[in-house]
Write a protein that binds this ligand. Structure first.
Ligand code: PLP
Length: 370
């Protein structure tokens, strides 16, 4: 046996990249453990998922696709790409479909950045950003949000140096909720080198109602350095199947495809996404119901004295600082699992009306407002 076999008793740790040792771990939202809630049903409000179950026709498409899973999926996601191209009115070669938009983001980061390069993004923002940056060997340059949870466009512009290879814009911003405005995105793009890639992560695009919000797809048409990132996980309710996509000009799209793992999007995921695009009317009706619930929650919180960042997504942010744990504990006692960012705040997904009612009642009796 070779050195270090278990039988010899010696402990040899095979070499891995030392710079991964202090990589922040992605913390998934979790259902509450049994017994946490004082009584009754519990609700998962911790991962910004869609509370609606999949449409029966989507489940059927999944079943049909399941009968062929002895075969590899379509590598190029041909049918899904052509449906998406039609749906978004973009050329099909501008599309890159991948295993969740996080997967496509990882493809984008590794297509443009490596050791010694910098990736600029707002912070606090989506927790995958520092992870994918550092997995690529690049350096994360987080730029603090404004006090009202918005991207600080001027500070982001100043953070760009000749080492910057990518700027990430999260709109609406996870976890705080505000959308970047079209004017802000224009201002940012006008001040950056035209050949510096800018990913506009629009995971919650379908929930945006503000008329002045940025539109990554439009920005893509006007600026060849913009990559718009969207997903089937949130509005379309397919988080468990892992399918998202980027829209970018052809040479950028080709670079993103080059860094993807072959066959990353399963046949089942492709079939479910294709079927979902046949039912956008019904699915967007559900999104509208969630937006109405969001409006109800925001109005209710405001009546109860809360001043929260404007949310254009399917969640609300309570920036309670050191009060975050106490608030999350109260929510858990009421049967809601929320996502806590210790010392910073609590993000709560807009979910079933009953869950939203419980959120309002916990917030009404919580002693602090900020
Ligand atoms: C949820 C989310 C995603 C989506 O990730 P998928 O990999 O598509 O499930 C991407 N970006 C942000 C900001 C998110 O909140």
């Amino acid at each position: 046996m070779s050195r270090g076999s278990l039988r010899s008793g010696a402990v040899v740790v095979p070499r891995t990249r030392p710079d991964l040792a202090d990589l922040p771990a992605y913390r998934p939202g979790r259902p509450l453990q049994a017994g946490t809630a004082a009584a009754g049903e519990t609700f998962v409000c911790s991962s910004n998922e869609n509370p609606y179950p999949p449409l029966p026709s989507v489940v059927e498409a999944v079943h049909r696709a399941a009968t062929g899973i002895n075969r590899y999926p379509d590598l190029a996601c041909t049918e899904l790409s052509s449906r998406l191209a039609e749906h978004l009115a973009v050329p099909v070669d501008h599309l890159v479909v991948g295993p969740g938009s996080v997967g496509v983001l990882q493809q984008a980061v590794s297509a443009v950045a490596g050791a010694g390069d910098e990736v600029v993004f707002a912070w606090r923002s989506f927790e995958a950003y520092p992870i994918v940056t550092r997995v690529a060997g690049a350096t994360a340059v987080p730029v603090p949000l404004t006090p009202d949870g918005r991207h600080d466009i001027a500070a982001m512009t100043s953070a760009v140096t000749d080492r910057t290879r990518l700027v990430l814009v999260c709109t609406p911003n996870n976890p705080t909720g505000p959308a970047v405005t079209a004017a802000e995105l224009d201002q940012l793009l006008a001040s950056l080198p035209e050949d510096l890639p800018v990913v506009v992560d629009e995971a919650y695009a379908e929930f945006v109602r503000a008329e002045d919000a940025a539109d990554g797809l439009r920005a893509c048409r006007e600026h060849p350095n913009v990559v718009a990132l969207r997903t089937f996980s949130k509005a379309y309710g397919l988080a468990g199947l892992r399918v998202g996509y980027a829209v970018a000009v052809e040479p950028v799209a080709a670079a993103l495809r080059a860094t993807g793992i072959p066959f990353g999007v399963s046949s089942v995921a492709q079939a479910a996404a294709v079927e979902s695009l046949r039912h956008t009317g019904e699915l967007m009706g559900r999104v509208q119901a969630l937006v109405s619930e969001r409006d109800r929650v925001v109005a209710g919180l405001s009546e109860r004295g809360w001043r929260l960042p404007d949310t254009e997504a399917n969640f609300v942010w309570f920036g309670l600082g050191d009060g975050a744990q106490a608030f999350a504990d109260e929510l858990a006692s009421a049967g809601l699992s929320a996502r806590i960012f210790p010392g910073e705040g609590v993000r709560v997904t807009i979910a079933e009306p009953e869950a939203n009612d419980r959120l309002l009642s916990v917030a009404a009796s919580f002693p602090r407002r900020h």
